[in-house]
Design a protein. Structure first.
Length: 423
C-alpha cells in the first residue's frame, strides 16, 4: 500500500481589519423658510447699493429723468445685485429660493400699496364732506353749486343705488343660478352653446349693456329712463358673473353626495334642490356678492338708462333716479371744490357699501364644506333621540311609522339625510 506524504496545510493569517472609515461630515441643512441676520444684511446691502448705482446712472451718466423710470431701474438693479451677492454665500438652490421670495414679497407689497393709496386718496379727499351728517340725510335738490359743504348730500344717490342693485340682484340671481344648474347638472347638446354665450357676456363692455337696454326697452318699447331700466342694464352685467362663479362651485360638490341621494330614492331635481345647492351655499353666496360688487359700481349702463336728477326719487319705476356712480361722475367734473368733495365722499360711501357686501358674504356664506347648519344639527339630534327611545322600548318591529322613519333618517349619511329627511 503506497502512502502519499502531503505537505502540511498552511493556515492563512487573519487579515487585518479594515481601517475604520472616516465619519462623514454632516451635511449643511438647506434652510428655505424664514430670514436670518445674514439675509437681512444682504437685502439691505442690495437695496442701498442698487439705489446708489441707480442715482449715479440717472443723475451723472445717462440722460434719463422721471420718477417712474428711476423706480423701475432701481428695482431691476436691486434684483441683479441681490442675486450676485447671494451667489457669493449661498448655494444655487437657496439663491433661487431667496430671489423668488423677494419678487413675491415685493409684488404683494406693491399691490397692497396701490390699494392703500387709492383708499387713502379717496378718504382724504372725501372726508370733509362725509363727516357731516347732512351728506347722508339730504339730497341736492335745494343746494346751489356755491353752497357750503354743510348743505346737501347724497341721500338720493344712496337710495337709488340700493334700489337698483336690489332689483338687479332679484333678476340676475335666479337666472344665473338656473343657468349654472343647467350647464353643470342637466347638460345635453345645449349646454355648450349656453356656456359659450355666458363667457361672451362676461367680456361684454358695460356701455354695450346700457345701449342694449336703451335701444330695446326705452326706445323700442317706450319705457322712460328710470331706476328700473338701470336695474335691467345691471342685470345684463351681473348675470354672467353669477353664472360662471355658481357653475364652478356646483361642479365642486362631491359626486358621492349625488349618488347617495339617488340611492335613497331622490330624483334628479330633488337631489339638486336638497343636496347640491345646500352643499354649495357658501360658494353661491360668494358668487352673488361678486355679481353685486360688479353691478354696484357700474357707471355707463346707468348713465344711459336711469337719467340724472338732483331730486329725491324713491320710486325706481317712475322718472329719473340717480345712483352713486352717476352722482360721482356728475359732480367730480364740476369746477367747485365743495362739489368735488361731495363726489369723493360718494366714492367713499360706495367703497363702504362694497365692503359691507363682502363682510356679509363672509358671515352668511362662511360655513365650511361639510359643516352642518344649526337646523340640520337639531334634526339629527331629534332623530337620534327618537331612535334611542324606540330602542329602549324594546318593541321590535312594532315601531310607529314616524319613529321608524326617524330611525332610518338617523342611519343615513348626515349630508344627505338631513336634506331629504323632512321633504
Amino acid at each position: 500500500m503506497t502512502t502519499l506524504d502531503l505537505p502540511p496545510a498552511t493556515v492563512a493569517a487573519p487579515a487585518d481589519p479594515p481601517a475604520a472609515a472616516a465619519a462623514p461630515r454632516p451635511e449643511k441643512r438647506v434652510r428655505l423658510g424664514g430670514f436670518t441676520r445674514e439675509d437681512v444684511l444682504t437685502l439691505v446691502g442690495a437695496l442701498v447699493g442698487s439705489l446708489a448705482l441707480d442715482w449715479m446712472l440717472y443723475e451723472r451718466i445717462l440722460p434719463f429723468s422721471g420718477a417712474q423710470g428711476f423706480l423701475l431701474c432701481w428695482y431691476a438693479l436691486f434684483l441683479v445685485g441681490y442675486f450676485a451677492i447671494g451667489r457669493l454665500q449661498w448655494n444655487p438652490l437657496m439663491v433661487r429660493d431667496r430671489l423668488v421670495s423677494v419678487v413675491a414679497w415685493s409684488s404683494g407689497l406693491l399691490v397692497v400699496g396701490l390699494i392703500a393709496d387709492q383708499i387713502g386718496y379717496v378718504l382724504v379727499r372725501g372726508y370733509d364732506a362725509a363727516r357731516h351728517l347732512n351728506f347722508f340725510t339730504e339730497s341736492m335738490d335745494h343746494t346751489a353749486p356755491l353752497s357750503p359743504i354743510t348743505s346737501g348730500g347724497a341721500l338720493n344717490a344712496l337710495v337709488g343705488s340700493l334700489e337698483q342693485l336690489g332689483l338687479a340682484t332679484l333678476f340676475a340671481v335666479p337666472l344665473g343660478i338656473a343657468a349654472a344648474v343647467f350647464m353643470s347638472e342637466v347638460g345635453g347638446r345645449m349646454a355648450r352653446p349656453v356656456r359659450t354665450l355666458v363667457e361672451a357676456m362676461t367680456a361684454l363692455p358695460s356701455i354695450v349693456a346700457g345701449l342694449f337696454i336703451l335701444g330695446v326697452v326705452i326706445i323700442t318699447f317706450g319705457f322712460e329712463k328710470s331706476g328700473f331700466a338701470a336695474s335691467l342694464a345691471l342685470t345684463v352685467m351681473m348675470m354672467p358673473i353669477v353664472t360662471r362663479a355658481a357653475e364652478v362651485v356646483i361642479r365642486l360638490v362631491p359626486g358621492t353626495l349625488r349618488e347617495a341621494s339617488y340611492a335613497l330614492g331622490g330624483s334628479q331635481w330633488r337631489t339638486v334642490w336638497n343636496v347640491v345647492l345646500p352643499t354649495a351655499r357658501p360658494g353661491l353666496v360668494t358668487a352673488v356678492v361678486l355679481g353685486m360688487a360688479r353691478g354696484v359700481g357700474e357707471t355707463s349702463p346707468v348713465l344711459l338708462t336711469s337719467g340724472f336728477t338732483s331730486q329725491f326719487n324713491g320710486n325706481p319705476f317712475s322718472e329719473h333716479q340717480v345712483s352713486l356712480p352717476l352722482y360721482i361722475w356728475n359732480y367730480v367734473k364740476q369746477p367747485y371744490p365743495d362739489m368735488i368733495a361731495r363726489a369723493f365722499a360718494a366714492a367713499l360711501t360706495l367703497m363702504i357699501v362694497v365692503l359691507v357686501l363682502f363682510v356679509t358674504a363672509r358671515v352668511v356664506g362662511g360655513r365650511k364644506p361639510g359643516q352642518l347648519t344649526r337646523r340640520q344639527k337639531r334634526r339629527i339630534d331629534r332623530a337620534a333621540a327618537v331612535a334611542e327611545a324606540s330602542a329602549r322600548g324594546g318593541h321590535r318591529g312594532s315601531a310607529r311609522p314616524s319613529t321608524a322613519a326617524a330611525a332610518r333618517t338617523a342611519a343615513r349619511p348626515a349630508g344627505v339625510a338631513t336634506a331629504l329627511g323632512e321633504h
